[in-house]
Design a protein around this ligand. Structure first.
Ligand code: FES
Ligand code: FES
Length: 163
């Protein structure tokens, strides 16, 4: 007897320290699960085709483009979104503070993705060089800043602060 294709599935995902269990359509993209099902709208959608990096989140520590994954593929994983960067008291992370100090954003649309790619870089390489930062951010597009202030901010965060 033919089996009926599964159209939805219950998944359990830890996001920013909170576990969410939800039934999701099998075809739902992770970025839409975050934004539309969980109201975690800090993760942006720029292209929906894997080109811009605005949707970048951390999945088990690695930077991934959440428009390139299905929500069901994140079942059992630990995610961090931009909402999870600041401390519980709202204190900015050193990287967020560096973006502020070095004027690493203008319209801010790309910023969540930039922050998540850079956070993943700083976790595996706490003191990246300028070239290493540029390489790590090559999948993130910014239409506003010319990139220099973003790169400067990430290098400064790696040097130990937001100065
Ligand atoms: S929205 Fe995912 S890469 Fe552009
Ligand atoms: S700050 Fe506007 S797209 Fe990057």
């Amino acid at each position: 007897m033919a089996t009926t294709p599964t159209t939805s599935r219950t998944i359990s995902v830890e996001i920013n320290g909170t576990t969410y269990e939800r039934e999701v359509p099998a075809s739902r993209l992770l970025v839409h699960f975050l934004r539309d099902d969980l109201d975690l709208t800090g993760t942006h959608v720029g292209c929906d085709t894997g080109s811009c990096g605005a949707c970048t989140v951390q999945l088990d520590g690695a930077a991934v483009k959440s428009c390139c994954m299905l929500a069901v593929q994140a079942d059992g994983a630990s995610l961090r979104t931009v909402e999870g960067l600041a401390g519980e008291d709202g204190e900015l992370s050193a990287l967020q503070q560096a973006f502020h100090t070095h004027h690493g954003l203008q319209c801010g649309y790309c910023t969540p993705g930039m922050l998540m790619s850079a956070t993943a870089l700083l976790e595996r390489n706490p003191h990246p060089s300028e070239d290493e930062v540029k390489l790590a951010l090559q999948g993130n597009i910014c239409r506003c800043t010319g990139y220099w202030n973003i790169v400067e901010a990430v290098v400064a965060a790696g040097e130990g602060g937001a100065q």
